[in-house]
Design a binder for this molecule. Structure first.
Ligand code: AMP
Length: 308
């Protein structure tokens, strides 16, 4: 059973202290699909303009991503420009041009409507709801959002929370949404509004998983060279959901593993500019990174108290 992803496919301009690229392939749905398709078939729904070099998506097709839901409309593709300073945890958005995305009215192809796994990448919560109305009976729905929607479409977002199994959100957004600085309480506030699983992403500092019965922490990988964190959150979501769909389970053990697979794909994407690292990434490299995570966090619990 495939994973359906709906979200942006974009052209990005990215500036970091280590380099600059313009009109490079980007978009939340693109990063997600590139990571998730390492584990499981993906169906992508998005809109691009007539300026979009579609051959750039060929690697996704080769990896088993069904692009049957990619609409091409006359006009400019979604364009986003962002700049990072040496603190790669914070970025400035320099420009967002919605282009054809402004009139995006996601129509889920009939052949995609039986999707079991759904990821609603960061788009207008009204559109996210509209997508859910078109999917027959999804087994697991996860979504992302951003401050823009928390501020501008709060009611729709809260309605959406009542219809998803999992919210994946970054720490500042979780605080803003709940009005609580404390992330554990913020996650509880979110869970009380619907999603039984909340994943709070903390950039290079890792990610927290909250469910009714447990809390789990996946660290960020201590990379020696970080070129560009763009898309790390979406690549995390792709690794996370890709792993769950591959195993067909959302029990506690698999959720914990999914957090590590998400951290692995999220860290790998930062090693090069834009999507470059994901284009020819092999699943074995992800497993290698997962093994490193195990080394990073494994320790023996002392069998008896060592202090008097
Ligand atoms: P992330 O770094 O995980 O936030 O994802 C960055 C990607 O999200 C970039 O490739 C952008 O093209 C895309 N993006 C930026 N702003 C938006 C937005 N408002 N709506 C949808 N996608 C966006």
């Amino acid at each position: 059973m495939s994973i359906l992803v709906v979200g942006s496919v974009a052209l990005d301009r990215i500036e970091t202290p280590f380099g600059k690229v313009d009109r490079t392939l980007g978009g939340a749905a693109t990063y997600f699909a590139a990571a998730a398709s390492l584990f499981h078939p993906v169906r992508l729904v998005a809109v691009i303009g007539d300026d979009f070099p579609e051959d750039r998506l060929e690697f996704l097709r080769r990896r088993g991503v069904d692009l049957g839901g990619l609409e091409r409309e006359p006009g400019e593709s979604f364009f986003w420009a962002g700049r990072y300073d040496y603190d790669l945890n914070s970025r400035d958005t320099l420009e967002t041009r919605l282009g054809v995305f402004a009139d995006f009215d996601p129509a889920i192809p009939a052949s995609f409507r039986d999707s079991e796994w759904v990821f609603l990448a960061n788009i207008d919560p009204d559109l996210q709801l509209q997508v859910l109305d078109q999917v027959a009976s999804p087994g697991f729905v996860a979504c992302d959002t951003m401050n823009y929607w928390i501020e501008g479409k709060r009611d729709s977002l809260v309605e959406l929370l009542g219809r998803v199994d999992c919210l994946m959100i970054n720490d500042s957004e979780a605080r803003e949404l709940s009005g609580d600085y404390n992330l554990t309480r913020a996650a509880r506030w979110i869970r009380e509004r619907g999603p039984r699983i909340v994943v709070v992403k903390k950039g290079e500092h890792g990610a927290l998983l909250f469910t009714e019965t447990h809390t789990f922490f996946a660290p960020g990988y201590p990379l020696e060279e970080v070129f560009d964190p763009t898309g790390a959150g979406d690549a995390f979501a792709g690794g996370f959901l890709g792993w769950l769909a591959y195993t067909g389970s959302v029990d506690e053990d698999e959720l914990r593993r999914a957090m590590i697979f998400g951290s692995a794909t999220g860290s790998l994407v930062c090693e090069r500019m834009g999507l470059d690292r994901l284009v020819d990434l092999e699943v074995d490299e992800v497993y290698g990174r997962v093994r490193e995570f195990r080394e990073l966090t494994a320790f023996d619990h002392p069998v008896a108290p060592v202090h008097g």
